[in-house]
Write a protein that binds this ligand. Sequence first.
Ligand SMILES: [Zn+2]
Length: 305
Amino acid sequence: MGKLNLPQGKKIAVNLGIDVDAQSLWLGGYNRPSPSFMSRGEFGAVVGMPRILDLFKKYGVKSTFFTPAHTLETFPDIIKRALSEGHEIAHHGYYHENPTLINRETEKRLQDLSFKAYKNILGIRPTGYRSPYWDYSENTLDLLEEQGFIYDSSLMARDFEIYRPQRWQIRWEKPNIAGPGSKVLEAPVSWFLDDFPPMAYTGQQTGLQDTDVIYRRWSDEFLYCYNHVSNGFYGTAMHPQVIGQGHLMMFLERLIQFMLSHDGVWFASCEDICKCYVNDAEDERLLALPDVRGVEAMPKDYGWK
Ligand SMILES: [Zn+2]
């Protein structure tokens, strides 16, 4: 597959990606509209975001803020500030809807509703998309191509490389068949580089872990990419209502300082990183594969309900 042609002197592209879910996370994500959960979202927009923007400014970090339009319309000023400070604002659904729970028409309608808000409030049309769930409906990739996105950031078929997501025809007692690669590039995500599972409290996850544990994991991931992948990509998903907590801001500053102690680290938006992608013959082959897709019915003698 193709590769990143990074700017001169740069060895690794780092996107310290921020998912500005704010209150929408607890609506589309968890169906918890109570005042307490709304207050956690409010903390992200009102307290976490300024802390993150100040820290990024201190170290010259440019990044991507994946922002549901619900967040943008509820807390417009802080997102305007992020844009004015040179960061990318990317599409992250309207109310953090789960694409697997909505039909094609609704998925498209909510994408368009969000585009309208980005245009009205920020005067932009985002070129990047992150699924609110890191999950796709069977229509998502087609819709992203139709909408003209340059890249998506929701999938996990690679870890440290920008790549072309692939369609698959899913079968049970025969192998799956590879379908065409996408025109939309993929800036992969990783649950290991998401702050929510290890650091947040939801009552269901093993959150609230010590920052030393997370620091070791996130810095080791960086070191592996730096030492083993040429022109690699390292991307995170951090949520202002989580990473914006005091001790986690100290963790994030320590991580940035560690990265900066290495030569050739490029802190950039996903959009700028994906614009460095150069196709090769494998891309052309993937793009031209026959359009197979769909999920075969489950064998009748197998037990899932
Ligand atoms: Zn999100």
